[in-house]
Design a binder for this molecule. Structure first.
Ligand SMILES: Nc1nc2c(ncn2[C@@H]2O[C@H](COP(=O)(O)OP(=O)(O)O)[C@@H](O)[C@H]2O)c(=O)[nH]1
Ligand SMILES: [Mg+2]
Length: 390
């Protein structure tokens, strides 16, 4: 759970939620696929050496295994070692036989389903995650009758040492179902799509943690293959005066980067994309020259955080650097200043840069050498902390 545990909100779900809570509801609107995140939690759980019991009633178990693989999580070994154990409630619907350890022969018999679940959690040893994929399908078949079973499974959880995780897609159930589910579960995670102009952003948040209602920020995410759920930062703006090292920084941070050259030489827009420790971010570099200032505001729009790059040997450009922040309308957003070119003689120290720029005390200034990638990643981590406050 190492990487997951460090992510904002996801970390709380894992640390305070899954580990201490009795039951977790992953509630998705139909535009968002919660199963990938569920697989990711399963994989992390397995990696800690604990077993996962996976009840599935809406797809074949080999499809689940393939999906795991598509995101980079090879579960061959856990399957072989009986750490990942399926309860197959789907094959029977298709009239197929199943070779999984647990099979529900009559998928339309809720009592039989429950008995099979309980048998599995009793027989499998260790601290188990019991995934119910999906609760919505159960509700479609059995309606409110399911709620009584959820209640009893949650009650059994501490008795048999398992943690129930319900995957629930909200296809428009009534409040008698929706509200009751929130009441029944200790952790409630919401995943939904935000429509913002034409681009929909997928976000998630937590409504309830370890039994208590909580108010948490909405965190954007993206599914990446391989890797699964990543915290998504749609825009980090990299700005600063001409020749300060912006292009070099975008390239140093990017897993993929393109520079769009226009005209002869100097005009270049830099776009980069970054995958880092569970984060996925798009980077937008600006142009330094004053005559392109009209574009600055457009580029700055919807930025989530800013890296301001300055040449530490050129204090005369510092006022221009601050002006760029204002023109891009990103002044006041989470910002880190890269006091770049620390390798050159006469470079001002980060402290001196901070003083000369008269930056607010909370804005961190860090000495970098972009050409050598010195302290670039550290700067990024500081920015992520500024953005997510963690
Ligand atoms: N010595 C030194 N040169 C750097 C550093 N960062 C960038 N440069 C050089 O400075 C010049 C301008 O860099 P560039 O990234 O194109 O600046 P931009 O105009 O802000 O995009 C290039 O020749 C870079 O190789 C640094 O940390 N140290
Ligand atoms: Mg450039």
């Amino acid at each position: 759970m190492m990487e997951l545990a460090r992510l904002p909100l996801v970390g709380e779900v894992v640390e305070e939620g899954l580990k201490s809570g009795l039951s977790t509801l992953i509630r998705c609107n139909p535009l968002v696929d919660g199963s990938i995140f569920t697989y990711q939690l399963c994989y992390a759980w397995l990696n800690e050496g604990n077993p996962v019991i996976y009840y599935v009633n809406n797809k074949r178990t080999d499809i689940v295994v393939e999906d795991f693989k598509r995101y980079g999580w090879d579960v061959g070994k856990p399957l072989e070692e009986r750490k990942l154990i399926f309860i197959d409630a789907y094959s029977a619907i298709l009239g197929l036989t199943s070779s999984e350890p647990y099979v529900v022969k009559d998928a339309f018999n809720l009592k039989q389903i429950s008995e099979t679940l309980v048998k599995a959690v009793r027989e499998v040893e260790g601290r188990k995650l019991l995934v119910v994929d999906s609760l919505s399908t159960l509700l479609d078949y059995f309606e409110t009758e399911v709620l009584g079973y959820v209640t009893s499974w949650n009650k059994l959880a501490p008795v048999y040492g398992f943690v129930p995780l319900y995957l629930f897609t909200d296809w428009g159930y009534g409040p008698e179902i929706k509200d009751k589910l929130i009441e029944l579960c200790d952790n409630v995670i919401d995943m939904r799509a935000l429509e913002k102009s034409v681009v929909a952003t997928e976000v998630f948040t937590v409504q309830k943690l370890a039994g208590k209602p909580v108010e948490k920020p909405v965190v954007p995410f993206k599914y990446v293959r391989p890797g699964g759920l990543k915290i998504y930062i749609p825009k980090i703006l990299i700005t600063g005066p001409y020749h300060a090292g912006k292009t070099t920084v975008v390239h140093a941070l990017s897993t993929r980067a393109v520079s769009v050259q226009r005209g002869e030489t100097t005009v270049a827009l830099d776009f980069g994309h970054l995958e880092y420790k569970g984060f996925s971010a798009d980077l937008f570099g600006t142009i330094g020259q004053q005559r392109f200032d009209p574009i600055l505001e457009q580029l700055g729009g919807e930025s989530v955080g800013v890296i301001l790059v300055v040449d530490s040997t050129k204090p005369e450009t510092f006022p221009r650097a601050l002006e760029m922040l204002r023109k891009a309308r990103v002044y006041g957003l989470p910002t880190v200043v890269f006091a770049n070119k620390q390798d050159l003689p006469g470079a001002l120290s980060p402290e001196e840069v901070k003083e000369r720029m008269k930056l607010p005390p909370e804005v961190p200034v860090i000495g970098t050498v972009a050409t050598r990638k010195d302290r670039i990643i550290e700067g990024l981590e500081i920015l992520l902390k500024q953005i997510f406050g963690k």
